[in-house]
Design a protein around this ligand. Structure first.
Ligand SMILES: Cc1cc2nc3c(=O)[nH]c(=O)nc-3n(C[C@H](O)[C@H](O)[C@H](O)COP(=O)(O)OP(=O)(O)OC[C@H]3O[C@@H](n4cnc5c(N)ncnc54)[C@H](O)[C@@H]3O)c2cc1C
Ligand SMILES: Cc1cc2nc3c(=O)[nH]c(=O)nc-3n(C[C@H](O)[C@H](O)[C@H](O)COP(=O)(O)O)c2cc1C
Length: 791
């Protein structure tokens, strides 16, 4: 085959040499507009895992690259006068020039034709059209790929420009760890990402938000002025070494914005040749995760491998190229997701973490920024550092831990709020059972909540319990509108207090527009009106939850509440609160989420009122805040009160995470101790971004920006998740719903799984404890050691 690579970066060069190596009969040309030794940039970082891949494909190149590598294990943070260092991260750094020179020399040795100082494409012709005789054109022409833009209709690129500014500099100052420097200025925080890539030189990337950059007038600064600014900013660390630029030849500002590139289609036939995008031309990954070159190299490996397997036949190209996209896309998306999280962390750290977190927790948050690195993975990297961190965390939680003693993992540290100390950070999330009769909780509820109280969680929340008969979601919902209901709850509370060391909480709520429906397993299913016996619904506005349902008489289109309705519902909440206190509950949660009555006031999708209770967020908050204040006044001062909100409606025009921060501030001011950060279920049109721990970012943001403790909930399914959420300060407690539904002893099971044994089991169950622990210990010993990827 005739193969032309447009662009002699890592992707084009490595693909060219792999093809020639595997099948010398190919005629391979790499066209590069620059001179052989002329390149921008300083060093790039690989992980050990990328090196394994390269060793498999071409041991000769790998050996040369390895010789030129600087290998280091440590990450060092300089923050608020502290230096914190942890190890085991396994990075390799190499000068970009050095890498390209090795690849160029290997290409030449194998017979790849290298054509320098040759720009493919003229103003009126796509670059790939320059090579009509080629069977395969590799568009490895980098982030600003002209091949991609010339065929944008085919490749359908999606390019997102990010708000932070960065400048890519170098320094001769010696660093022996991947170093992160944070400096506060009058206008905000700057950070530098620093890594050594040869014996004398380190890459030094300085980054800040656009607003901070503008406030310092850096948009007006020349490259030299910008460098002088950065030298002054990091003078304390640079020890007199200057910062260096090798991008002076570039036009425009030396400060760049990162562009995230993805493409819907990676290849096509241009009438003469098959054309395929590779490397930065088709996808980019932010430098916060340092993997752009890794992706480029791995693209080359995948495509060369597929062509080899297909016998190097030109006829196989269309099929191979489709397969290349299908296979690579999975890895690329995974890495881009991780890179996106890491990038987003650096975009917000100045306003969200730098001032709020202490050094050790800031380090932990930074190390786990991509959400790929979990607590146990950190232990694998550097058990001593994590052990020290766990001691620091446990002491902050009030435990006395000696320096030579292991501390409990963050999940098993106590948490005190008002007069209540929870034994650990796990809450059994409220889960409707629809098993009450006339609002009375019965044996089912005793069994359900009792079993979970014995199962290790610190706090067991009762399901949404309704403030009046008409406030129910279904006829099977429990209530607190009668003294008989209070007494039935008191029986359950007594059991939990007598037989376990868990606390028990009550969630009160009013179904609002989502009332008068079936239990999920009855009739037409969840959210559907009852076949008979519907009751009238109240809501902020006459907006039905399911818009296409017929208006059943007394049924599914709610009535907009009058002032009198509001007073009545408020009084019902207060009465239910008093009964919950009398029943002995330790904790109260006000349900303001999921489209129920108070949630329907908060969301602009469901609140269309034109009076003082509708319109602005301040107005939409008015009634829920009145209810909260009244409930707080009726709830004993020493007992905690949380508010559950939907922090995101997942619908355009609905509540956003920005609104959620403002709501949290208002609830805090009205007496809430905690915000329980759920999302969605406000509109049937929602499109939630489900995924592992997908609602945790809301809890994190509210905690840092609204200054109130938070409960994270949603797809938190392992102790490892809980530990990393709590340790990083993304939330104070984690609520677990479905996993604790499936396994009442989920918390005890997870403790055994991670090998944390000093947890108290109920005495009659202790025979199971050591057996379970031994089984998990065997599993851990038999498991293959996990791979360490860069943070
Ligand atoms: C600040 C910063 C830090 C980074 N740090 C890292 C890191 O630590 N680790 C890492 O792995 N990656 C890092 N990267 C990303 C990395 O540089 C790229 O992901 C990687 O170089 C992509 O390789 P590539 O071959 O696809 O593209 P490139 O390396 O960009 O190569 C494209 C080549 O095509 C040439 N070209 C373009 N158009 C034409 C044309 N029409 N005709 C002829 N030649 C053409 C260009 O001159 C260039 O040489 C960083 C990037 C930035 C901006
Ligand atoms: C069967 C079931 C019933 C639920 N009932 C309630 C409820 O009464 N009140 C509430 O706020 N959330 C309720 N939820 C939501 C959960 O509390 C939790 O927020 C959600 O299931 C996500 O957590 P998970 O991924 O751990 O299941 C319920 C969830 C389930 C699965």
């Amino acid at each position: 085959m005739k193969i032309v690579c447009i662009g002699g970066g890592p992707a084009g060069l490595y693909f060219g040499l792999l093809m020639k190596l595997r099948h010398p009969a190919h005629q391979v040309t790499v066209v590069e507009r620059n001179q052989p030794y002329d390149t921008f940039g300083w060093g790039v970082v690989f992980s050990d895992a990328t090196m394994d891949n390269m060793r498999r494909c071409d041991p000769v190149t790998a050996a040369e690259v390895e010789q030129a590598f600087n290998h280091w294990d440590d990450i060092e943070l300089h923050f608020k006068g502290q230096v914190i260092r942890s190890g085991g991260h396994g990075f390799v750094g190499i000068g970009r020039k050095r890498l390209l020179n090795i690849l160029q020399a290997r290409c030449e040795a194998l017979g790849v034709e290298l054509v320098f100082e040759c720009e493919a494409g003229s103003s009126d012709q796509a670059p790939d059209a320059d090579y009509p005789e080629a069977d395969l054109v590799i568009a490895s022409d980098g982030i600003n790929s002209r091949v991609r833009s010339a065929h944008a209709d085919v490749f359908r690129p999606d390019i997102v420009t990010r708000p932070n500014r960065f400048i890519w500099l170098g320094t001769r100052r010696q660093y022996d760890a991947f170093t992160f420097l944070f400096e506060k200025t009058a206008h905000g925080w700057f950070q530098a990402h620093v890594y050594k890539f040869d014996a004398h030189t380190s890459t030094f990337i300085v980054e800040c938000p656009e607003s901070v950059w503008l406030a310092h007038g850096l948009d007006q600064a020349t490259t030299d002025e910008s460098i002088a600014f950065c030298e002054r900013l990091f003078a304390g660390n640079l020890q007199g070494e200057p910062l260096l630029s090798n991008a002076r030849h570039l036009r425009g500002s030396a400060w760049l914005n990162f562009q995230r590139v993805t493409c819907a289609q990676w290849s096509f036939f241009n009438g003469r040749s098959q054309v395929v995008l590779m490397g930065d031309a088709v996808h980019t990954a932010h430098f916060a995760i340092g993997s752009g070159t890794k992706l480029a190299i791995e693209d080359a490996i995948e495509l060369a491998g597929l062509l080899h397997a297909a016998g190097h036949r030109a006829q196989a190209l269309p099929e191979v190229l489709q397969r290349y996209q299908a296979l690579r896309n999975i890895d690329v998306l995974r890495l881009q997701n991780a890179a996106w999280n890491a990038m987003a962390w650096f975009e917000v750290c100045g306003e969200r973490y730098c001032d709020q977190l202490d050094g050790p927790q800031f380090m932990y948050s930074m190390l786990t920024r991509s959400q790929r690195i979990s607590h146990e993975n950190l232990r694998l990297r550097d058990a001593a550092w994590l052990g020290g961190f766990e001691r620091w965390f446990a002491r902050r939680a009030g435990l006395a831990v000696a320096d030579d003693q292991p501390a409990p993992p963050p999940m098993f540290t106590p948490y005190t709020v008002r007069g209540l100390t929870l034994k650990n950070r796990v809450v059994v999330s409220p889960m409707a059972q629809y098993m009450a009769v006339d609002g009375l909780p019965g044996d089912w509820h005793l069994m359900h909540l009792g079993a979970r109280a014995l199962g290790g969680a610190a706090l067991v929340m009762a399901e949404m319990t309704c403030t009046s008969a008409d406030a129910r979601i279904t006829p099977g919902c429990p209530g607190l509108w009668t003294d008989a209901q209070r007494d039935a709850w008191a029986r359950i509370v007594r059991f939990v207090h007598a037989e376990s060391d868990a606390a028990i909480g009550m969630q009160i709520g009013h179904a609002g527009p989502k009332g008068s429906t079936n239990a999920p397993w009855d009739g037409a299913g969840a959210d559907q009106p009852l076949a008979a016996g519907n009751w009238p619904l109240l809501a902020a506005s006459a907006v039905p939850y399911l818009p296409d349902l017929p208006d059943l008489s007394g049924g599914q289109v709610p009535r907009a509440m009058t002032e009198a309705d509001m007073q009545q519902v408020l009084a019902d909440h207060v009465a239910a609160t008093r009964r919950a206190a009398d029943a002995g509950f330790d904790w109260l949660e006000l349900h303001c989420a999921h489209g129920y009555l108070l949630s329907a006031f908060l969301s602009p999708l469901t609140n269309r009122r034109s009076d003082a209770y509708g319109g602005s967020l301040q107005n939409r908050l008015r009634y829920p805040l009145q209810v909260l204040a009244a409930v707080r006044a009726a709830w004993p001062a020493e007992r905690p009160l949380s508010v559950r909100i939907s922090a995101h409606d997942w619908v355009d025009g609905g509540t956003t995470p920005d609104d959620a921060v403002a709501m949290a501030r208002a609830f805090r001011a009205a007496g809430a101790d905690m915000i329980d950060c759920s999302s969605g279920q406000v509109s049937a049109a929602q499109k939630p971004g489900y995924g592992r721990m997908y609602q945790v970012p809301f809890a994190d943001r509210i905690r840092q920006e609204a200054g109130i403790a938070t409960i994270a909930v949603g797809a938190i399914s392992e102790a490892d998740h809980v530990n990393s959420i709590i340790a990083a300060g993304r939330a104070d407690l984690c609520a677990i719903a479905r996993p604790h539904l499936a396994n009442p002893a989920w918390t005890l099971t997870e403790a055994a799984r991670i090998g944390y044994t000093p947890v108290a089991w109920p005495p009659p169950y202790r025979a199971a404890q050591s057996q379970l622990q031994a089984g998990f210990a065997r599993d851990r010993a038999a498991a293959a050691p996990a791979k360490v990827e860069p943070a």
